[in-house]
Design a protein around this ligand. Structure first.
Ligand code: BG6
Length: 301
């Protein structure tokens, strides 16, 4: 499997494919500007570190496991075609099925700036059609360089309109959750998912002193994670996305989840997810396409 992938899509000095002990295939990207890895199952970007940073920018749990049909803890899970619980079918997986099914490589290349490009398409099956009976193409392109760009495109190839929820659910590496803040969402409304669900308005920058699980709505703003310990800022820019989800589980939930790098791994991650969720789900009309794009960069202080 990896031999033909390497022959068709491998690029010397940029991109190769390996098979993990689990049997899943991982794309390894390494160029002059940075490195990254991506599991073909789920089109799940697992790691990214630009050369200008001593510490990875995307966080992967040390307990992360690769296993067929299971989501990987950390990286940038692709949540699609719904975000959170399915609105009607409680047996359907949270955050959709895209992150746990095979995707196939469709293209690779080098950008004019020297970054490496890799594109994948979700492989539909009878099982996915049971949960999503719509004709469509779902593609993820990642461009790995000094910045990380990801483009998630949904193309409705059928005759009927459909509505999707989605997110690039990125876990960022931080020094310590108690010393970071997030700016860019001041004044925005959010659904606070801790202890029920209520609509609130953000005052000032976001700081963290307990479980935080919020869906900020109607915001296209760039967010910035300010990290005093790692002495850097992470910029999260986006387009085609009107929700931003900010999530940290804190100690109790992290202990329950058990795969966040016990005992303190959860302190070193923060999710800032570029999404279209709740009020911002997207109608993709028949014959049209919709693209959610993120671009991340880290700036040392
Ligand atoms: C966040 C949700 O996006 O993802 C949280 O807002 C959820 O409620 C978290 O706990 C992790 O989800 P999962 O399915 O990867 O465990």
């Amino acid at each position: 499997m990896t031999t033909s992938l390497n022959t068709q899509f491998g690029i010397k000095g940029h991109l190769g494919f390996i098979e993990d002990a689990s049997g899943l295939v991982v794309a390894k990207i390494d160029n002059d500007q940075g490195s990254a890895s991506l599991c073909l199952q789920g089109a799940h970007l697992m790691t990214w570190q630009p050369r200008n940073q001593k510490t990875p920018v995307v966080w992967l749990s040390k307990d992360a496991k690769l296993a067929a049909g299971k989501s990987i803890r950390g990286g940038a899970p692709v949540c699609w075609p719904w975000f959170g619980a399915h609105p009607v079918e409680s047996a359907f997986p949270g955050h959709g099925y895209a992150r746990t099914v095979p995707w196939r490589v469709v293209e690779s290349g080098i950008e004019p700036c020297g970054a490496t490009r890799l594109s994948l398409r979700l492989v539909a099956s009878d099982k996915t059609r049971e949960q999503w009976p719509h004709e469509c193409n779902v593609d993820l392109t990642v461009i790995v360089g000094e910045t990380l760009r990801m483009e998630l495109t949904t193309e409705n190839t059928g005759d009927n309109d459909f509505v999707i929820g989605e997110a690039l659910h990125t876990y960022f590496q931080i020094g310590d959750i108690g010393t970071v803040s997030v700016s860019g969402l001041e004044g925005c409304e959010y659904w606070d998912k801790v202890g029920g669900s209520s609509l609130k308005r953000q005052q000032g920058a976001i700081g963290f002193s307990g479980e935080t699980d919020r869906v900020y709505i109607n915001t296209a703003a760039e967010c910035v994670i300010h990290d005093e310990m790692l002495k850097r800022r992470i910029h999260v820019a986006k387009s085609g996305s009107l929700s931003t989800v900010v999530w940290t589980p804190w100690v109790e939930k992290a202990n329950k989840m058990g795969d966040l790098g016990q005992p303190d791994g959860w302190r070193e991650m923060l999710c800032v997810e570029s999404a279209n969720a709740l009020d911002n789900q997207v109608k993709v009309a028949a014959g049209t396409r919709h693209t959610l794009i993120v671009e991340y960069r880290a700036v040392s202080l």
